[in-house]
Write a protein that binds this ligand. Structure first.
Ligand code: SF4
Length: 147
């Protein structure tokens, strides 16, 4: 069993109210009865919501308390991102899941590359908050871009 980002399977949980459907992943999710998650809405954020990026580091730095997640207006939404990440981790542990396919570049789900906090589409090396937390707990994370 796998975790897959809900937006990749056509669920309209993206910040702008849309999704990031990848038909092959939706099929895979149905075939393997994957656990669909959206850490941002699971952490309490609404749809639609403001776009967010990690400022001052990566998801790992957010978990360590050294960086924050802010929206385009500068509002600090870090606590929502952490709550969602820990909720996903709890669900993964309960279900015995050891791998995830998450949405690339997201401040929650991104793995390997994320936006740099400038809201100028600039990428840096690093993981989103949820991906970083799952990796810390030995859950393998890849993105739709790796498939
Ligand atoms: S990238 Fe992750 S947090 Fe963002 S909408 Fe998709 S599932 Fe939700």
């Amino acid at each position: 069993m796998k975790i897959i980002s809900a937006c990749l399977c056509g669920i309209n949980c993206k910040y702008n109210g849309g999704n990031n459907l990848v038909p092959a992943l939706k099929e895979l999710a149905e075939k393997e009865n994957a656990l669909l998650v959206c850490p941002e809405t699971m952490g309490g954020l609404p749809v639609p919501r403001s776009a967010c990026e990690i400022k001052g580091g990566t998801g790992l730095d957010v978990i360590a308390g050294h960086a924050r997640v802010t929206d385009t207006e500068g509002c600090d939404l870090t606590d929502y991102f952490l709550a969602g990440a820990y909720e996903v981790l709890t669900m993964a542990k309960k279900a015995g899941i050891d791998s995830a396919i998450l949405k690339s570049r997201s401040p929650s789900c991104g793995a390997g590359k994320i936006y740099d906090g400038s809201f100028k589409s600039r990428l840096i090396d690093g993981d989103g908050v949820t991906s970083a937390l799952l990796k810390l707990h030995d859950i393998q994370v890849i993105t739709e871009a790796d498939i």
